[in-house]
Design a protein around this ligand. Structure first.
Ligand SMILES: *Cc1c(COP(=O)(O)O)cnc(C)c1O
Length: 231
């Protein structure tokens, strides 16, 4: 996609975010747009940054590190949103500002141990698996409170909230039901951790339902950068 197309895609997404926020009587400035740039070149990220976007999400470590290096002069905020192998935590702790895909204690411990002190705490979301039997990623709603409790004792990471990837659906009622379950869990976690402030949910297909349910970070790939060749 060329620069002009990316700019017009971004403006459509921003209009959707504003429309959904307004329908839910919410302020659109409490919703952060993360542009998911996996498989897309650094030039595409540069084009999105030129439109004012600040937050970028990546899933694959090696290509992410290359883009972070190429674009280091832009002041961007990097979110790791993909599955994490425990032997890959160090570069994630060193090069990212946020990690949305933490679903077990061992990963959280390693990220905390490996986070360079001068960068300050790494922001973390727990990935929760509410509706999607197709993937093993994510902690179950039953186990999330215990994991959250253990994670909040770690010194160099800061638990901010939850992230979810619901089972893909184009039925708004089904989308809403999945997000409502996540919100219920989030509210439960907030009883013990009132500082939690992030609901990372909503992708190209379901951003309206996510915002209606209370999302504070939406992660949009396809509708900004176009379809991907590999998933
Ligand atoms: C790829 C991906 C996205 C973006 O999905 P689109 O449907 O392309 O908007 C969002 N979140 C996660 C975790 C992803 O892996």
């Amino acid at each position: 996609m060329n620069k002009a197309t990316i700019a017009s895609q971004i403006s459509k997404v921003l209009t959707r975010i504003e429309g959904a926020a307004s329908l839910a009587s919410r302020r659109s400035d409490e919703i952060t747009l993360i542009a998911v740039s996996k498989t897309k070149p650094a030039e595409a990220i540069e084009a999105a940054a030129a439109c004012g976007l600040q937050h970028f999400g990546e899933n694959y470590l090696q290509e992410a590190l290359e883009k972070i290096e190429t674009l280091h002069e832009l002041d961007l905020t990097w979110h790791f949103i993909g599955p994490i192998q425990s032997n890959k935590t160090r570069p994630i702790a060193e090069h990212f500002d946020w990690v949305h895909s933490v679903d077990r204690l061992k990963i959280a411990q390693r990220l905390s141990d490996q986070r360079p002190a001068h960068l300050g705490p790494l922001n973390i979301c727990l990935q929760v698996n509410i509706s999607n039997e197709d993937t093993k990623s994510g902690v179950s709603a039953d186990q999330a409170p215990e994991l959250a409790k253990a994670i909040t004792t770690l010194p160099n990471i800061r638990l901010r909230g939850v992230m979810t990837i619901p089972k893909p659906s184009d039925d708004p009622a089904e989308q809403a039901a999945a997000f409502e379950k996540v919100v219920t869990l989030f509210n439960t976690l907030r009883h013990t951790n009132p500082e939690l402030d992030i609901l990372s949910m909503g992708m190209s297909q379901d951003l309206e339902a996510a915002i209606a349910a209370g999302s504070t970070m939406v992660r949009i790939g396809t509708d900004i950068f176009g379809a991907r060749n590999r998933s």
